[in-house]
Design a protein around this ligand. Structure first.
Ligand code: G6P
Length: 569
């Protein structure tokens, strides 16, 4: 495909467009009765099973999707990513998060340099530092061990680590390693988040990790200054060296902030923020909480998917298949959303992480060459753990709008419970829903079936389920650190596949800039109005009215307080 050719101009895309009419004539009830078709839609890797037979596709559709992948040069684009080409062209950067979990002997180059030794230098430094903190050989300013960690960061410097932390929290091995320790996250610049993350903790036993790729993000920097104040007001300014460390690509700004450069953990511009959980961004806080050996298992899990994604043929390649099916649902069937429904409370924070990963990566309006897209790219992602979601928004999914669903389950529970006298174990109860919901969506319930059940006539239409609602099921063997790493990498690569097919740059995020620069103007205005009484000016009528009301309502707020005001907790 020439550099400015859009995928929608290719024959493969047009062929799929006309194929939609064939699929509209089918119902999943019928598609599901074709066992050979269903059999061909089961894919296994390392004990996990992907079943995409409940997608609105025939074997023919899938073949056409492979042709689309060819027309988009998918294989070549994957290779270009792994070989360190600057595929993030608007920022002139490589995209090498796969190098973050490569084994020591692998060679992955960016700009002609093997980056794997640099990755392992940082990992070794994290292993050493986290062991010293965990064993109590690194102590705080008063000589006490640091048993609690607050990780400051937002967006990619927060959501991935939070997802993995939540997933490991109830894993027996990780839980054992975390005994007596706490890991909390401070993301929002809302001062109430400071209270939430510090309540019950003491500065003398707390280590603060400031995580920011750029070290300029306004929210994280104010939170970092706030936590520096929290520590120094309790323990003196010299305590900062013992109680604050940083993760960043901008080590100069880390030093300027007052953090000892030897306590800074680097990563590199070839790691996108939302793809950074396997760098020190995630590995440092998680190693402090669970110990490096547990986190290493997570990295190995992610790495196993990196190899699978790179080398498995498309018919057996889980991230490729998932990406192609997403394209089919969004661009051809016209379903813009995706529900992420893990039947596991440990995966509670998976959907919020995927929201950033997917929507910041693929929510683009122009091609990688800057050409406006004649089709919509990106997916609207949301989700909650099942069964909680079933008692919340599933009504809409069953009888309202069509939303393709990802059902994610684990064969083994992290924490099995089986009560004497109960028909099934608690995990079997949970998983009964995991198996039932996809069928309810696909098959639905017909008026005829309802008549047979003697449902009164006036309720027939209310109780009818149209069915034909697509979903896919991913059954993991268990949910340990390795499986969590695998799940993360599957979605990272799936999202890249979607971006490669849509022909966009999934690795930049210019759309977040405008709001930030407007906030700078507002910040200046608030300061000028509060300190010099300047009237609100230079904004539109609506913003002027809102700002004026805000200033009036907070007239009693102290201006430039003589000492820092911190919440009393
Ligand atoms: O890690 P930082 O440089 O502090 O950036 C934190 C986040 O803020 C930015 O606005 C981007 O939208 C995110 O992609 C990024 O992860």
């Amino acid at each position: 495909m020439g550099s400015s050719t859009l995928i929608s101009d290719t024959d493969a895309w047009k062929d799929l467009k006309s194929h939609v009419e064939d699929i509209k004539k089918t119902h999943l009830r019928d598609l599901m009765s074709d066992t050979a078709r269903c059999q061909s839609m089961m894919v296994e890797f390392d004990g996990m099973l992907l079943d995409y037979s409940r997608q609105r596709v025939t074997v023919n559709t899938v073949d056409k999707l492979y042709k689309l992948a060819e027309a988009a040069y998918l294989k070549e684009k994957i290779k270009r990513m792994y070989s360190g080409e600057h595929i993030n062209s608007t920022e002139n950067r490589s995209v090498l998060h796969v190098a973050l979990r490569a084994s020591r002997d692998e060679v992955i180059c960016s700009d002609g340099k093997n980056v794997v030794p640099d990755v392992w230098n940082v990992l070794d430094k994290i292993r050493d530092f986290s062991e010293r903190v965990r064993s109590g050989s690194w102590v705080g300013a008063t000589g006490k061990a640091l048993k609690d960690v607050i990780a400051i960061g937002i967006g990619g410097s927060f959501l991935g680590p939070l997802f993995v932390h939540t997933a490991l929290q109830t894993d027996p091995e990780a839980m054992e390693c975390a005994k007596g320790r706490q890991l909390r996250f401070l993301a929002n610049v809302d001062p109430t988040d400071v209270v939430r993350s510090t309540v019950g903790l003491k500065p003398e036993t707390t280590l603060v990790v400031v995580v920011s790729k750029t070290f300029t993000t306004a929210e994280s920097m104010l939170n970092a200054r706030t936590m520096r104040e929290w520590i120094s007001s309790a323990l003196g300014t010299s305590a900062v060296a013992k109680h604050m460390v940083a993760v960043s690509t901008n080590l100069l700004l880390v030093e300027k902030f007052g953090i000892d450069p030897s306590n800074a953990f680097a990563f590199w511009d070839w790691v996108g923020g939302r793809y950074s959980v396997c760098s020190a961004v995630g590995v440092l806080p998680l190693s402090l909480q669970y110990g490096f050996p547990v986190v290493e298992k997570f990295l190995k899990g992610a790495s196993s998917i990196d190899q699978h994604f790179y080398s498995a043929p498309f018919e057996k390649n889980i991230p490729v298949l998932l990406g192609l099916l997403s394209i089919w649902n969004v661009s051809f069937l016209g379903y813009p959303a995706r529900a992420i429904l893990p039947y596991s409370q440990a995966l509670e924070k998976f959907a919020p992480h995927i929201q950033q990963l997917s929507m910041e990566s693929n929510g683009k309006g122009v091609s990688i060459d800057g050409v406006p897209l004649p089709y919509e790219a990106g997916e609207i992602d949301f989700g909650e753990p099942g069964t909680n979601g079933q008692h919340s928004f599933y009504q809409l999914i069953h009888q309202g709008r069509v939303i393709p669903c990802d059902f994610i389950g684990s064969a083994k529970s992290q924490q099995p419970i089986h009560l004497k006298g109960e028909v099934v174990s608690n995990h079997d109860e949970l998983m009964s829903n995991f198996f039932a919901q996809p069928d309810a969506l696909a098959f639905g319930k017909t008026p005829e079936e309802l008549h047979k059940e003697n449902v009164p006539q006036h309720l027939i239409s209310h109780k009818t389920f149209s069915g034909n609602r697509p979903s896919l099921s991913l059954l993991l063997p268990a949910l340990n650190a390795c499986n969590v790493g695998q799940l993360l990498a599957i979605y990272e690569h799936r999202i890249a596949v979607e971006g490669f097919i849509w022909g966009i740059n999934s690795f930049d995020q210019w759309g977040v800039e405008l709001g930030k620069s407007l906030a700078t103007q507002v910040r200046k205005q608030l300061h000028a109005s509060r300190t010099k009484g300047e009237p609100v000016k230079g904004f539109n009528f609506s913003t002027t009215t809102l700002l004026t009301r805000y200033l009036e309502a907070t007239q009693d707020a102290p201006v430039d307080p003589p000492v820092s005001l911190l919440p009393r907790i």
